[in-house]
Design a protein around this ligand. Structure first.
Ligand code: NA7
Length: 543
C-alpha cells in the first residue's frame, strides 16, 4: 500500500463494467488496495443498462472480449458473430465470478464528487449516500456511452402513455405488443430495436432526424469448427488486434477509390457489402475517410442499396443518408432494418421536414400533423465521454472543476491523464483511441499502462503523478493534427459533441490507430514517463 492510514485505499475505481473489472483484477494482483464503486446494482456497465430488444455489440465478440487471460478465452465460447446483450452480460458476470472480482466493489454507490487534497496527497471521493472515501489514486472506468442524453423532446412531459428509453430499458418487448409505438432516434440503438418492435407492435412510427448509413450486420451463429480455429490461434489473433488500427484484425488496403475503374469499384463494394462490419464498404479504399469525392462513391453505393430494398420510393428517399459522408458519423449495422419499412405496420416521419412541436397526453405533434401513439421509445443517444466524467464532480489541484478546465475544448494526455488532476486517470477517456476502436483492446492497454505507471511511482517512492500542461498541449495537437485531414473533422456527430447543446466542439478520439498509439505509450513508459510529473519532477516533452 502507498499509505499507512488504513482508512485510505490506494485506488478508488469508478464503475464495474469492462474497465472496472479488469482494473480491479490487475491492480489487486499487483498488491494495491482497491475500492470500486458502481452506480448500478451489479456488474456489466453499459451491458447492464442497455437491455433494449436487439441490443448487441457491432464489434465481433471473438475480438470484443478480454485477452488478458488465456484460460478465460479458451473456456468461454461465443454463440454468435455479434453476441446479443444478454450473452455479453453473462460473459462479464462470468469474468467477475471466475476472478472473484465482485468483492472489490460496492454496488448501488455512485461517485458524485471528488476533490484533490494537495496537503495529504489524496482524493476525497463523495458517494451519493453522503459518505466520503479517501484514496491515493482515482481511476475512472465510467465508460464513454453511459450517460444518457437529456430527454430533449419538446412536450415529452405531457405524454401519459408508456415511455421508455433504449439506454434504461425497463419493460419487456411484450409490453409493446398490439400498441401504436413511436420510436424517436435512428442511431445504432434505434436501428437495432425498430425491426423487433415492429414484429409485435400494432404500428410503429419512426421519427427520424438524420438518416444513417445502415449496413447489414450479417450476424450468424458461430460454428464449433470456426470457434475451435480461433481458439487454437487466439494468442496470435489478440496480438494482431493490439497492433492493428482498429483493435480488430487488419485488412490493409492501399489503393484509392479512383485508382480503379467504375466497374471494378462497384465489384469491390459489392464484396465489401457482403462482408459487412467495420471492414465493409466504408474501409474498402484507403481514401474514403479523407477525400469527399472518393467517399461519395461509397455513399452512393449504399444509397442505391436502400432504394433497392425499400419498396416505397418516397420512404426510400427519406431513408437515404444525404447529410454526411459514409463513416464520418458512427457507422450503423442492422438486421432487416430497411426491410422493416416494407411492413404495412411501419411508417416513417422525417423530422427535417416536420419537426416535433410538442406532445400531448397521447400524441406527437409535428409541424405537419398529429400522430396518436400508446408508447414512446426514445433512442436519442448519449452525452458521450464527458457526460460520465463531468458526472464525477472532479475538483483539481487549482480548485477548478474538470468541466471548467475543458470549457474551451476537451483536453487530456494520451486520453488517460489530465493536467491539474494529479493521480486521476481515465480509462478509454477522450482523445484516446477508445472512440474509434474495439474499446476492450483500448481498455486493457490503458489499464496496463496505468498499472505500470503506479508501479514506477511506487518504485521511486513517489506518491503524486500528474500530466504536465505542456504534455497535454502536445497530445491535443497530435490528436488534432491526426484527425484534421479526415472527414471526421468536418462532420457534425456525437464523436465531436454536436449532439449536445453547448458541448465543446472537440473530436474526442485519437484516429492514428490503436497499434501506433500503443507504441507511443510503450515508448513513453520506457523513457521514464516524459510528460508526467512524478512528485513534481517533470521531463515535459513527450516527443
Ligand atoms: P446516437 O447514435 O447518438 O443516435 C441518436 C439518434 O437520436 C440520432 O438519430 C439522433 O438524430 C436522434 N435524436 C437525438 N436527439 C433527438 C431529438 N431531440 N429529437 C429527435 N431525434 C433525436 O445514439 P445511439 O444510442 O443510437 O448509439 C450510440 C452509440 O452506441 C453508437 O454509435 C455505438 O457506438 C453504440 P441526429 O443524428 O442527432 O440528427
Amino acid at each position: 500500500p502507498s499509505t499507512s492510514d488504513p482508512a485510505v485505499v490506494d485506488v478508488i475505481g469508478v464503475g464495474a463494467g469492462f474497465t472496472g473489472l479488469y482494473l480491479s483484477h490487475r491492480l489487486t494482483t499487483a498488491g494495491w488496495t482497491f475500492a470500486g464503486f458502481e452506480a448500478g446494482p451489479s456488474v456489466g456497465g453499459t451491458w447492464f443498462w442497455n437491455t433494449y430488444p436487439g441490443a448487441r455489440c457491432d464489434v465481433e465478440s471473438i475480438y470484443y472480449s478480454y485477452s488478458f487471460d488465456e484460460a478465460l478465452q479458451q473456456e468461454w465460447t461465443w454463440s454468435q458473430r455479434f453476441a446479443p446483450q444478454p450473452e455479453i452480460l453473462s460473459y462479464i458476470e462470468h469474468v467477475a465470478d471466475r476472478f472473484d472480482l465482485r468483492r472489490h466493489f460496492t454496488f448501488n454507490a455512485r461517485v458524485v464528487g471528488a476533490t484533490w487534497n494537495a496537503a495529504d496527497r489524496l482524493w476525497e471521493v463523495r458517494l451519493d449516500n453522503g459518505e466520503t472515501r479517501r484514496s491515493r489514486y482515482l481511476i475512472s472506468g465510467a465508460g464513454g456511452l453511459s450517460t444518457p442524453k437529456d430527454f430533449d423532446v419538446p412536450g415529452l412531459e405531457n405524454f401519459t402513455g408508456l415511455q421508455v428509453s433504449t439506454s434504461r430499458w425497463n419493460i419487456s418487448l411484450d409490453d409493446l405488443a398490439g400498441k401504436r409505438v413511436a420510436v424517436i432516434g435512428t442511431g445504432s440503438s434505434g436501428v437495432q430495436a425498430i425491426p423487433l418492435i415492429a414484429q409485435v407492435a400494432e404500428h410503429v412510427t419512426v421519427f427520424q432526424r438524420t438518416p444513417n448509413y445502415v449496413m447489414p450486420a450479417r450476424n450468424a451463429e458461430l460454428s464449433p469448427e470456426g470457434v475451435g480455429a480461433v481458439k487454437e490461434d487466439y494468442l496470435a489473433i489478440r496480438e494482431e488486434c493490439r497492433h492493428s488500427p482498429g483493435g480488430i484484425p487488419d485488412r490493409p488496403v492501399t489503393d484509392n477509390a479512383f485508382d480503379v475503374s467504375d466497374e471494378e469499384r462497384r465489384r469491390r463494394y459489392e464484396e465489401a457489402y457482403a462482408r459487412s462490419g467495420f471492414q465493409g464498404v466504408g474501409s474498402e479504399f484507403a481514401d474514403l475517410l479523407i477525400d469527399a469525392e472518393a467517399n461519395r462513391t461509397a455513399s452512393e453505393f449504399i444509397h442505391d442499396k436502400i432504394r433497392e430494398i425499400v419498396e416505397n420510393p418516397a420512404t426510400a428517399e427519406l431513408l437515404v443518408p444525404k447529410y454526411h459522408p459514409l463513416g464520418a458519423k458512427r457507422s450503423v449495422f442492422g438486421t432487416d432494418y430497411y426491410e422493416t419499412y416494407n411492413r404495412s405496420n411501419v411508417s416513417l416521419v422525417s423530422l427535417r421536414d416536420e419537426p416535433i412541436e410538442t406532445m400531448t397526453e397521447n400524441a406527437i405533434v409535428t409541424s405537419k400533423g398529429t400522430y396518436e401513439v400508446d408508447a414512446v421509445v426514445l433512442a436519442i443517444g448519449f452525452d458521450a465521454f464527458t457526460g460520465p466524467l463531468f458526472g464525477l464532480g472532479l475538483t483539481g489541484a487549482s480548485g477548478a472543476k474538470l468541466q471548467e478546465a475543458w470549457s474551451d475544448g476537451i483536453r487530456s494526455y494520451l486520453g488517460i491523464m489530465a493536467a491539474d488532476f494529479p493521480n486521476f486517470f481515465m480509462v478509454g477517456g477522450p482523445l484516446s483511441p477508445a472512440l474509434v476502436s474495439n474499446v476492450v483492446v483500448t481498455i486493457e492497454q490503458a489499464v496496463d499502462w496505468i498499472a505500470d505507471l503506479l508501479e514506477h511511482a511506487r518504485d521511486t517512492g513517489a506518491t503524486v503523478v500528474e500530466a504536465t500542461a505542456e504534455a497535454e498541449n502536445e497530445w491535443v495537437d497530435i490528436t488534432e493534427t491526426t484527425v484534421a485531414p479526415t472527414l471526421f473533422a468536418t462532420t457534425d456527430s456525437w464523436y465531436r459533441g454536436s449532439n449536445i447543446e453547448g458541448k465543446p466542439n472537440t473530436f474526442m478520439g485519437y484516429v492514428g490507430g490503436v497499434g501506433k498509439y500503443r507504441r507511443m505509450c510503450t515508448e513513453i513508459a520506457k523513457r521514464g514517463y516524459p510528460g508526467v510529473a512524478v512528485d513534481g519532477d517533470a521531463r515535459s516533452r513527450i516527443v
